[in-house]
Design a protein around this ligand. Sequence first.
Ligand SMILES: [Ca+2]
Ligand SMILES: [Ca+2]
Ligand SMILES: [Ca+2]
Ligand SMILES: [Ca+2]
Length: 229
Amino acid sequence: MPVNSRIYLSKKTLLKTLPCILPPVNRQPLPATNINQLQRNRGFTLIEMIIGIVVFSIALVMLTSVIMPQTRKGIDPIWQVRAVTLAQSVLNEVSSKAFDENSITNGGRIACNDTVACTQSNALGPDAGESRANYDDIDDFHGLSLSGIDITNTTQAAVSSTKEALFNGFQANISVFYDSNYDGINDDDLNQDNSLDTGTLIANQKRIEVIVTTPEGEQIAFSTYRNNF
Ligand SMILES: [Ca+2]
Ligand SMILES: [Ca+2]
Ligand SMILES: [Ca+2]
Ligand SMILES: [Ca+2]
């Protein structure tokens, strides 16, 4: 037979011969451990990822809804203490003034309503030419609103060395009115519609009220009384 001659096998013969030439194919099923390994390595489907994100979001919302109110409650007492400090400072400043503009006369202080009538209810507030630096009676402060850096004492000095840090976000609103029966209701606004009933009422007791609003929006009322003597 020539060296470069070729051998031709029929298809049937080839199929019979191949198993003898090639090594036998292992057709045994994969062990269970290998299947688990494959399942672990196959990653996540899109649906699994979406479900995971939804569950995580729900857990986050539940967590923040529990923690945030607790954090806020922890801050409230600090603001309440500062509100008391602010109100006390304002009340001290207001209370140090005379009962009424007409209480002040040349040669000393005398009570109004003795010789000169006290200020009518519709005239309570700063008198002509007065600003906070020279308020001289308690109702001059009526309608005054203090906030931020305006929270100073009557000499325009800071209430504390770090006033802006202490009272940042706070507001103090002051009102002064006649309340001779000490019920907290303006004697000249019995229907409490914030409109004076007569405008001409005069009494011998004034209520000084300071409403402090904390940065959280909580309003705390403080008050004291001054009698005409
Ligand atoms: Ca005055
Ligand atoms: Ca006045
Ligand atoms: Ca009253
Ligand atoms: Ca009224």
